[in-house]
Design a protein. Structure first.
Length: 98
């Protein structure tokens, strides 16, 4: 036995050797695949049959255009700095919408 693999406890309720407090090490595996599939089913049910992902994306793009429209000179400079730093994606040739 090595220090990394101490001997098991010798009786019930007895702590494992080398583990203060009596908590022995054990393997614990969880497969979340089934839970993830169920979660996705619930998300799609909540969105409903009329949900259009392309229309949702268009709405997001329109909201982004509106958010960055009409910037003054200082705001445009900050926007350009954020795009150059990779914080924001470039839009409309690297400039915010006018």
């Amino acid at each position: 036995m090595s220090a990394f693999d101490p001997p098991p406890p010798t009786g019930p309720g007895e702590p494992a050797a080398g583990h203060p407090g009596g908590s022995a090490r054990s393997d614990f595996d969880v497969d979340l695949t089934r839970h993830e599939v169920l979660r996705r089913v619930h998300v799609l049910e909540a969105l409903g049959p009329d949900w259009d992902p392309i229309e949702a994306l268009r709405g997001e793009e329109a909201a982004q255009d509106l958010l960055y429209s009409g910037l003054d000179q200082e705001q445009q400079r900050v926007y350009d700095d954020l795009v150059a730093a990779g914080v924001l994606p470039p839009r409309g040739g690297g400039r915010a919408a006018a």
